[in-house]
Design a protein around this ligand. Structure first.
Ligand code: HQG
Length: 178
């Protein structure tokens, strides 16, 4: 089974278009694994998919995009659906990073980081992850440094996605340097 393709389809179902899969996410983004499997099986491509395939997809991926707990699965970040997924507010590490395209720099330094089509701004714990994020759209991306300690002290809320990825509603430009 092509787990990259499966991961893309699951991202579409759990982050962007659950209704197309007749799924309803709960407030934290969870859905029943059985319902997701049932829905995926309607397509010829995934007609024989089992829970172990989802588990294998999660384990073999270089990115931690999903988690399964008991009989439920959710995407840990990346949502774009209108209903805002509730994330756990947490005190962030003192510095975070954001990798992005060079061409966005001017606008970001003027307007700060905004979520664009997603529900939250995505930040990385380490520079390496930030570079990989930036490389999706620019062969020579820039890495912005976020003074999350000051931002947090000044009332910016941060949310935990997983050990390497943090979320925020927006980051004002005063807390961004490059
Ligand atoms: C940019 C992927 C101009 C921002 C990744 C980014 C990540 C601005 C783009 C996760 C701006 C939005 C999220 C402003 C923000 N002016 N541009 N004021 N504020 N931007 O894809 O962070 O593989 O929605 O810099 O690896 O790139 O899908 O966010 O370039 O972890 O699991 O607007 O998605 O993970 O792009 O990526 P995105 P992102 P997956």
């Amino acid at each position: 089974m092509n787990y990259d393709k499966l991961s893309k389809e699951v991202a579409y179902a759990l982050r962007h278009s659950p209704r197309e899969y007749e799924l309803e996410l709960d407030a934290q983004g969870w859905v029943s694994v059985d319902k997701l499997l049932e829905s995926l099986r309607r397509s010829d491509k995934w007609s024989r998919i089992e829970i172990d395939d989802l588990k294998e997809m999660i384990e073999t991926s270089e990115k931690k995009r999903y988690e399964i707990v008991d009989d439920k699965i959710r995407a840990l970040y990346g949502h774009s659906i209108p209903m805002k997924i509730q994330k756990k507010e947490m005190k962030p590490p003192s510095t975070l990073y954001h990798g992005t395209s060079r061409r966005f720099l001017e606008s970001i330094m003027k307007n700060g980081l905004v979520p664009k089509t997603r529900q939250y701004v995505h930040l990385s714990e380490d520079i390496h992850t930030a570079i990989l994020v930036g490389k999706r759209r620019d062969t020579d991306p820039i890495v912005l440094k976020i003074n999350s300690e000051d931002a947090y002290k000044n009332g910016v809320k941060f949310y935990f996605a997983h050990e390497m990825i943090w979320l925020a509603d927006a980051i004002p430009y005063d807390f961004i340097s490059h």
